[in-house]
Design a protein around this ligand. Sequence first.
Ligand SMILES: Cc1cc2nc3c(=O)[nH]c(=O)nc-3n(C[C@H](O)[C@H](O)[C@H](O)COP(=O)(O)OP(=O)(O)OC[C@H]3O[C@@H](n4cnc5c(N)ncnc54)[C@H](O)[C@@H]3O)c2cc1C
Length: 349
Amino acid sequence: MIWDVIVIGAGPASAAFARRAALGGINVLVIDGQTEKNKKPCGGLLAPDAQKILAGSDFVLPREVLADPQIFAVETMDLCTGQIRYYQRCYLNMDRWAFDKLLFQNMPEGVSVVSGRCTGIERKDGLFRLKVRTNEGIEEVKSKYIIGADGAASMVRRTFFPANKIMQYVSIQQWFEFKKEGPPFYSCIFDAKTSESCSWIIHKDEYIIYGGCFTPKHCRKAFEEQKKRLQEFTGLDLHNPVKTEACLADRPRKMKDFVTGREGVFLIGEAAGFISPSSFEGISSALRSGTALAEAFLSAEDSEKIARTYRKKTYGLRMKLMIKTLKRWFMYTPWVRKIIMKIGVGSIK
Ligand SMILES: Cc1cc2nc3c(=O)[nH]c(=O)nc-3n(C[C@H](O)[C@H](O)[C@H](O)COP(=O)(O)OP(=O)(O)OC[C@H]3O[C@@H](n4cnc5c(N)ncnc54)[C@H](O)[C@@H]3O)c2cc1C
């Protein structure tokens, strides 16, 4: 069988594309490399922008997807200056794995999902041929178009757009059992000594997650050093993690970092570079770009027109993320942050 479209990856970008495209009559095969053992590391916070997009498609979150507790303020701390401020946040705290599963439930006819990893792609005689490693062995599947929805470590981006390298951090997260004393935690941590980026603590059911983004060189050492400093600062016990996970996280810095695709190969979500460089919130951009590409497929007949329409449809998203690079400068330049925190702009008591 020759599929219209094969999508590599089964995160929010892929789900948004597959649902919209299949409703318009396109047949889609999704290759899903995520397993329960190999879950996507994530803070699992659903930002207002993502909530708005889901609301637009009548999507609701059942209780099983939510995590405890829902916290409406983030405690922001700077380990170098000792400053602490609180800011209101309207995120939903959820179980990311359950959320991804939910997005793929009740897909319209025309979407098939195969569990496996894509290990190779070649273009031959006007078709894409993909090798997929499943539990049963190696399978070959064919399509007219391919879409990389395969996240920050995108194989599709590396294969077809090798010149468009994007700056990346290594994101490391550890899970700890939450010992019931003390208030629930939701914190944003700045520590210029160990990271040029930010870290977080999120309370999730019976666990707390501590994670952050670090420059790849000596990332584990920086993580451990920051953890030690954080323990000294907060008095939190971050010994004996039950789980450690790591993955790459994109940090777009310029328009060229966003790659939407051409000649039958398209990128959506973080594979395209669509993630906030200031907060690392990426679910809303994944949903938005996935929907935009599906609409481009439904309104244009050939590859070149799809590419052009998709680029046009994501212009607003690209501009928004570029504005966030400016916001990043205010948040991450230590002396600027110090002044902002001192004045208390936007903070709550
Ligand atoms: C530690 C961390 C915490 C984060 N916390 C938040 C948060 O709280 N809120 C938020 O909005 N954003 C958060 N983000 C960002 C967000 O997770 C991503 O931007 C978002 O998931 C991107 O969605 P996506 O669909 O593009 O790709 P992903 O969600 O990354 O999905 C890609 C999928 O592709 C699969 N895949 C990859 N390669 C292959 C292959 N070769 N074959 C088959 N499958 C493959 C992967 O298994 C994965 O399932 C966080 C990121 C990190 C790293």
